[in-house]
Design a protein. Structure first.
Ligand SMILES: *Cc1c(COP(=O)(O)O)cnc(C)c1O
Length: 370
């Protein structure tokens, strides 16, 4: 039986045709029609005025923070339970990430624990729409506005997700997306920034390309970066975006299959709760093993691997890993969820038979020791 992987890109649209066009025309670098079209269509998709394509979804966060003036001595509040790119982007600016615990049901940043972290040094809040589930943006934006803080949405995992009908990437001051190979849509490596603010857009654009004066060749107005996307990446990204509704529908289909079969496991596992205001796009379907399961999370994953099924642990909280280790961070929910959490295969090619096999295999493993 073929190994069932966590993720796989699905390149079934114009990807090949557009990449061929790049090669046939020689437009393979950071100029070309696919870049501007990808940006334009992505801005439409998010309902923002501007979108800016970059080489990945880590540098997008870096550019967003730089454009907002984050620098040494500043603090940036973010969830401890996220992918490390969120924290690293803060560190690149010389600023300090301040970690907040998760909500027990959604695993997203707990907005009720946000305000107590705000100090005179706080500049920005980065909510992360974890695994495709949008954060409570009403609460987060109202706290941010009250304290005059900027918000960068880390929407790397959540293309097309929405809170109260508003699409992620359009609610904060800036939205940041990733098109890594395992994300909802991909460009191989790639990222996108979204904003409605012209000044922030212009600033991020300047910083993306060596700070070059747009009207004077080789005249540079500031120290900046080469964070550009290539036309080759944009060719793949644009083709993916043309089919984004289909990709999102596949995610919903797979999530519905898990919803159908996971009840077989009774209360041996729990799943990420979806608030009524949220449109979850299911980058990952995940389970938390209940306390009654005697096997460790890692043993469960190893046994699933023997069934030829790939699983991954949930992210580790930032504050327990070497670069950000900090015993003073109080985040019992994130620690607990992370230590017992598993991502299940979640890509859009999964069949009903495969999802049933995954859940049945998990049941067999969990029940032997429960
Ligand atoms: C994937 C991801 C990123 C960015 O990743 P890149 O691999 O640099 O594109 C940032 N934040 C989160 C939460 C992610 O999952």
């Amino acid at each position: 039986m073929e190994r069932i992987t966590i993720a796989t890109p699905i390149l079934n649209g114009n990807e090949k045709k557009y990449v061929d066009e790049c090669i046939d025309t020689g437009w393979i670098s950071a100029n070309g029609r696919f870049i501007s079209e990808f940006e334009k269509k992505f801005a439409e998709f998010c309902g923002t005025k501007y979108a800016l394509a970059c080489c990945n979804g880590t540098v997008t966060l870096h550019l967003a923070l730089l454009a907002l003036g984050v620098g040494p001595g500043d603090e940036v509040i973010m969830p401890t339970l996220t992918y490390i790119a969120t924290a690293n982007a803060v560190t690149y600016c010389g600023a300090t990430p301040v970690f907040v615990d998760s909500e027990p049901d959604t695993w997203n940043l707990d907005a009720d624990k946000l305000e107590e972290k705000i100090t005179s040094k706080t500049k920005v809040i980065i909510p992360v729409h974890l695994y495709g589930l949008p954060c409570n943006m009403d609460k987060i934006m109202s706290i941010a506005r009250k304290h005059n803080l900027a918000v960068v949405e880390d929407a790397a995992e959540a293309h097309g997700a929405a809170w109260n009908g508003k699409v992620v990437g359009s609610m904060g001051d800036i939205g940041s997306f990733s098109f890594f190979g395992n994300k909802i849509i991909t460009s191989g490596e790639g990222g996108m920034l979204t904003t409605n603010d012209e000044k922030l857009y212009e600033r991020m654009k300047l910083l993306r390309s060596q700070g070059v004066d747009p009207h004077k060749r080789y005249w540079h107005t500031t120290v900046a970066y080469n964070y550009r996307m290539t036309n080759l990446q944009a060719a793949v990204g644009l083709a993916q975006l043309e089919n984004v509704q289909w990709h999102l529908a596949q995610r919903k289909r797979v999530a519905a299959l898990y919803e159908k079969y996971l009840p077989m496991l009774g209360d041996l596992v729990s799943t990420q709760a979806v608030p009524a205001q949220a449109n979850h796009v299911y980058w990952m379907n995940s389970v938390i093993l209940s306390e009654s399961v005697k096997l460790s999370r890692d043993e469960v994953m190893a046994q699933m691997e023997a069934h030829n099924i790939e699983m991954r642990p949930l992210f580790y909280p930032m504050h327990i890993m070497p670069p950000y280790k900090d015993d003073s961070v109080h985040a019992p929910v994130a620690e607990s969820v992370s230590s017992r959490g598993i991502n299940l295969p979640s890509h859009g090619k999964l069949t009903e038979e495969q999802v049933r096999y995954i859940v049945e295999s998990l049941k067999e493993i969990l029940e032997q020791e429960a």
